[in-house]
Design a protein around this ligand. Structure first.
Ligand code: HEM
Length: 497
């Protein structure tokens, strides 16, 4: 009987504590008089997430509803109190002008138990700044120019693999997302780790399997929220982001490559070489073996899903817009003729129309629907009596802005002319946030663009890209992904020119 009473009291007590805790969280904006929508328990303002809507669709609806009425609204990203910023000048303050208040992205890392998670995407404050300063020099135009031929080598592999597949199964469509994913992984493996990963030739290559494992969400939404709200406690509890397998694998291959290069004195124009130079440099604090692995891993964690998404949607739009494809191909051929049919870094930079196609694709199928900052010290919002308090998550709705008809008329239409130099000048700089902005702007912006442009040039000069009966129009997206991805793959036909 005593046990029964104990269980009843315990259950009632626990439920009351949880209820009080959630009530405290969800009354935050109401208490501060900030415009907001009533949240539901546990899911906050994301009730439909994953079931009927993606996070991008949810944010778009709030943005459209409140634009013109408010510069920002209180928002609950599941359990996390957040401020959804609508006004471009306030977005600019958060990302650029008053960046010192917003140096964190609000993501969890655990340096001790999970060194790979302590990468520049997740780090904050001084640790982030140091890591970013080590990475920035790897992506200057001089360094990219040296890396360029390595990426071209992989793009030649891509064409070979397409040829082989067409010989063995001539009538089969290509599932573009998985094909491009293998190309992107092989470039990242070659430039980051100095490895020939071979995933184009062998879709079951170990490197590719481990990259995919690193993208599998290791936790459910409750644990994610817990890690994000109580990062210090989560670190004390030893919660890791990446699995043991993933950590062991990437630390091992990076260590082996460092040792091999040091023993053989082999030089290669890749990122691994630059990182080894930093390890042995007298000028800055030297990199440890784990830091080298973590930096090389950034190319995978930051670059693989993003580049795959951007490049495959680009091919999809080129297939649906044959006039755009013809114009892009004509430009490619013209530039290549000037460079004796060789694809060079300089030639690529002259392909302005292809760059417009790339930018318009990023607008229409924005790789990330949002970016975030966490307020690291109280910030008084200019010309208001509201304060963004420390630890509040600030959400910048990239995709909602990209689909705002007042900025991009007829937003569902694919039109690369929107990104001609003259058109870009007419818009607020915060209208184009596909790579983010400010000191935490995407570190791989130029590297990613280069890798995709190379792939597009090679494909367009060799093939006409065509839709097939299996191509999904209009596009349907996966609802529960952070990086935008087609729901049922992207099927296209590649016809030899
Ligand atoms: C088309 C491809 C890509 C897109 C659309 C993209 C987009 C973005 C966006 C929106 C952010 C957040 C920026 C912000 O919060 O202001 C970001 C951050 C980042 N991206 Fe990319 N990215 C791409 C490719 C890459 C590649 C290839 C790399 C590999 C080096 C990379 C590495 C990173 C890193 C390390 C960060 C975090 C930077 C920091 O916090 O300092 N990205 N990216």
């Amino acid at each position: 009987m005593d046990l029964l009473y104990f269980l009843i009291y315990f259950t009632i007590g626990s439920c009351t504590i949880i209820y009080m805790f959630l009530r405290k969280i969800y009354s935050y904006w109401e208490k501060r008089g900030v415009l907001h929508v009533k949240p539901s328990f546990f899911l906050g303002n994301c009730q439909e997430f994953g079931k009927t809507k993606s996070i991008g669709q949810i944010l778009r609806e709030y943005y459209n509803k409140y634009k013109g009425l408010a510069k920002y609204i209180g928002f609950y990203l599941f359990l996390r109190r957040s401020l959804l910023v609508i006004d471009f000048d306030l977005i600019k303050n958060v990302l650029i002008k008053d960046f010192e208040y917003f140096t964190s992205r609000g993501m969890y890392y655990n340096e001790r138990n999970d060194p790979l998670s302590a990468n520049v995407v997740y780090l904050q404050g001084e640790k982030w700044r140091k890591s970013r300063n080590e990475l920035n020099p790897c992506f200057t135009s001089g360094k990219l120019k040296h890396m360029f031929p390595l990426a071209v080598d992989v793009s030649n592999q891509l064409i070979k693999v397409i040829k082989q597949q067409q010989l063995s199964t001539p009538n089969e469509d290509f599932e573009i997302h998985s094909l491009i994913n293998r190309y992107i992984i092989d470039v990242a493996g070659s430039i980051g780790f100095g490895l020939n990963c071979n995933s184009l030739k062998n879709p079951n290559a170990e490197f590719k399997i481990m990259v995919h494992e690193s993208f599998k969400p290791p936790h459910n939404i409750i644990t994610f929220s817990f890690m994000s709200i109580f990062p210090d406690l989560s670190r004390k509890l030893g919660i890791t982001y990446y699995s043991n397998n993933v950590q062991k694998f990437f630390l091992r291959i990076s260590n082996e490559m460092v040792k091999f290069r040091e023993q053989t004195e082999v030089q290669r124009n890749d990122m691994m070489n630059l990182l080894i130079e930093l390890k042995n440099s007298d000028k800055i604090e030297r990199l440890s073996m784990n830091q080298i692995a973590t930096h090389a891993f950034t190319l995978l964690t930051g670059g693989v899903e993003t580049n795959t998404s951007a490049m495959s949607f680009c091919l999809y739009e080129l297939a649906l817009n044959q006039d755009v494809q013809d114009k892009a191909r004509a430009e490619i051929n013209k530039v290549l003729t000037r460079y004796e049919e060789e694809l060079t870094y300089e030639g690529m930079n002259e392909m302005k129309y292809l760059q417009q196609v790339f930018n318009e694709n990023l607008r229409l199928h924005s790789v990330f629907s949002l970016t975030t900052r966490v307020c690291t010290k109280d910030y008084a919002i200019p010309n208001t009596n509201h304060v963004i308090e420390k630890d509040t998550l600030v959400i910048v709705p990239i995709d909602a802005i990209y689909h705002d008809p007042e900025i991009y008329p007829n937003p569902e239409q694919f039109d690369p002319e929107r990104f001609s130099a003259d058109e870009v000048k007419k818009r607020h700089p915060m209208a184009n946030l596909g790579f983010g902005e400010g000191p935490r702007i995407c570190v791989g912006k130029r590297f990613g663009t280069m890798q995709i442009m190379i792939g597009l040039v090679m494909l367009l000069r060799n093939y006409r890209i065509m839709p097939t009966s299996k191509t999904c129009v209009p596009m349907q997206y996966k609802l529960n992904k952070l990086v935008t991805e087609a729901k049922d793959g992207i099927y296209l036909k590649l016809v030899k020119i």
